[in-house]
Design a protein around this ligand. Structure first.
Ligand code: HSE
Length: 397
């Protein structure tokens, strides 16, 4: 099988490396050798072992009948979408790690692959190296999935872990995550939560078989989390994690991305560093946890190559993925119920006048107090919190 790789950055070069390092076992598992014929990139790579495979025009790949599988590791929606669509229409199977592309165009590309009796696979688009897409599509098919809650961004989990344990500043730890190849080209997508927002939209689309628009998912990142918040978390014996969650409620789904303070007993409390963890609850299965390397060159490339192997084994067989273009109307996040940890400079009398009896967390930061509310609607909390001075608030999990 001859393949092409589009994009020779962190993930694309990782795919070439995985195919080279594990050449023999991949040949055995795919049933035939898998050989890179072309690498599409705008840049030249003098001295690179794959230098002679670099091409700059994607049409060379489209028009080469010898290429049966294409890996898309360019990132972004365009021109990845145009290239991938043309590859599929030309009868070439495509594996991608690109969550932006999958979140926005997944339903359409899956439909084209089905029409052509080939495959469009995206196992690396969520969870880095953790198999979570394939289990949802192929294994947990006897259940109604009632909840998926995950740490789905390796960069921010790495940052939060180091900020909590070592008190390193936000900017320094972000630079480190970028140097390690975890962060997006524009790390705003990580720290503002846009990346896990797309990932939870993809997982929810697979769970319900319809289109969940990531733009409908309420999203907060970690940019407002400060050293003081970690001091409170330490005192409360909790960890601060950026969670992406999706819960089925009354025939629809409630989705949210936001930082949460997790209790020690929460299954995601000890998912640290660049690891991702995905908690799944099915109505028959009960609970299941998926855990592993959530970002980085080789873990992500490993998931892409696993899809390539699957596609080589199913060259002319479409593996059915239920994800239709019909849009799901998500439940307004203001109708969901949460408990909140709040930091304030308002006097206790004012706090109690608004929130009633609360549980205080004191003597952590001078001239302020922390408190924990009862569970309440997001809309109710928003109204009440306007009546006192709020320095920061974090949901409790
Ligand atoms: N920037 C992403 C992350 C890469 O940190 O999780 C993997 O999708």
């Amino acid at each position: 099988m001859k393949i092409a790789i589009m994009g020779y950055g962190t993930i694309g070069s990782g795919v070439a490396e995985v195919l080279e390092v594990n050449k023999d076992l991949i040949t055995e598992r795919a049933g035939e050798p898998v050989e890179v014929k072309y690498i599409l990139d705008l840049r030249e790579f003098p001295g690179d072992p794959n230098e002679d495979k670099i091409v700059h025009d994607y049409k060379i790949i489209v028009e080469d009948n010898e290429v049966g599988v294409v890996v898309e590791a360019m990132g972004g929606v365009e021109p990845a979408y145009t290239f991938v669509k043309e590859m599929l229409l030309a009868g070439k199977q495509v594996a991608t790690s690109n969550k932006n592309l999958v979140a926005e165009k997944g339903a359409e590309l899956i439909a084209i692959a089905r029409e052509k009796n080939i495959n469009f696979m995206f196992g690396a688009s969520v969870g880095g190296g953790i198999p979570i897409i394939r289990p949802l599509n192929k294994c947990l098919t006897a259940d109604e999935i009632e909840e998926i809650t995950g740490i789905l961004n390796g960069t921010t989990n790495y940052m939060l872990t180091r900020m909590a344990n070592e008190g390193i500043s936000f900017d320094d730890v972000l630079k480190d995550a970028q140097a390690k190849g975890y962060a997006e080209a524009d790390p705003t997508a990580d720290v503002e939560g846009f990346d896990p927002c797309r990932k939870i939209a993809i997982l929810t689309s697979l769970v319900c078989g319809k289109q969940v628009d990531y733009t409908d998912v309420y999203t907060e990142g970690i940019t407002k989390i400060s050293t003081e918040d970690f001091e409170y978390a330490r005192k409360m014996e909790r960890s601060i994690k950026l969670l992406a969650s999706s819960k089925s409620e009354n025939g629809s789904y409630s989705c949210m991305v936001a930082p949460f303070m997790l209790d020690k007993t929460h299954p995601l409390c000890n998912v640290n560093d660049v690891f991702n963890g995905v908690f799944v609850h099915g109505n028959m299965l009960g609970d299941a946890m998926f855990y592993g390397s959530g970002a980085g060159k080789l873990p992500t490339a490993s998931a892409v190559v696993a899809d390539v192997v699957d596609m080589v084994k199913h060259s002319h067989v479409n593996i059915f993925i239920e994800w239709e273009p019909e849009k799901v109307q998500l439940i307004d996040y203001r109708e969901s119920v949460n408990k909140f940890f709040v930091r304030t400079t308002s006097p206790k009398a004012d706090v109690e006048a608004v929130f009633g009896q609360v549980e205080y967390v004191e003597d952590v930061v001078a001239e302020e107090i922390g408190f924990v509310t009862d569970a309440m609607l997001e809309s109710e909390f928003a109204d009440k919190s306007e009546k006192i001075v709020v320095i920061n608030r974090i949901r409790l999990g």
